[in-house]
Design a protein around this ligand. Sequence first.
Ligand SMILES: Cc1cc2nc3c(=O)[nH]c(=O)nc-3n(C[C@H](O)[C@H](O)[C@H](O)COP(=O)(O)O)c2cc1C
Length: 208
Amino acid sequence: MDILEKLKWRYAVKEFDADKKVPEETVKRLLEAVNLSATSMGLQQFRIMVIEDQEMKNRLFELSGTQKQINTASHILVFACLNNLDDEYIEKYTDKMAIERSLPENVAADLKLRFKNMVGSIPKDQKAIWEEKQAYLGLGNLLTVAAIEGVDTCPMEGFSREKYDEILGLKDKQLRAVVICPIGYRSENDRFQHYKKVRLPLEDFMVN
Ligand SMILES: Cc1cc2nc3c(=O)[nH]c(=O)nc-3n(C[C@H](O)[C@H](O)[C@H](O)COP(=O)(O)O)c2cc1C
């Protein structure tokens, strides 16, 4: 398998074949891949919600500029950031790490303090952006791994974050939708699959 060929095969799908479902084991593999993404300090500042229910997809379609990727997708993956990444969250996370890595008490305590200081030093107006960057790393992983698995995707920001939060009950879970990615299999009718991929030649892309 040539990874570059897989990446050339991937494109942002505008319409999926609504009759084709991504098998559950494949969805699980994609979720595992996202869960394995690197995040700043390993804090996993985001979660994923998977939408499969057609009625819900139809409602989300209306809240996403009636973009057909939404109501024709097999599943929609919603990347949602934590609204409560506070000292308590960091404590829980470092405790888990200390147990799983059998860290000596003093090392764990030092780690906890360092993480709290590092997160605490992020300016308030930058913290949400920092959290959301981590979700985008997960999204990048998803796009690549899905392409390797032969699953089509469309990364999307064209949706109402507030409405998604409301309808999906994310607010109550202390989460906020950041970016979404419907997955499925491209429809024969999607003309975008035939378009040439437009990218800079490497010599222009690279800076000397
Ligand atoms: C963060 C992000 C948000 C995007 N939002 C949308 C969207 O709302 N609707 C859409 O049709 N495409 C969306 N796209 C797809 C881009 O338009 C597409 O990736 C770009 O034109 C390059 O084309 P390609 O992915 O087919 O190679 C988004 C892409 C990214 C990375």
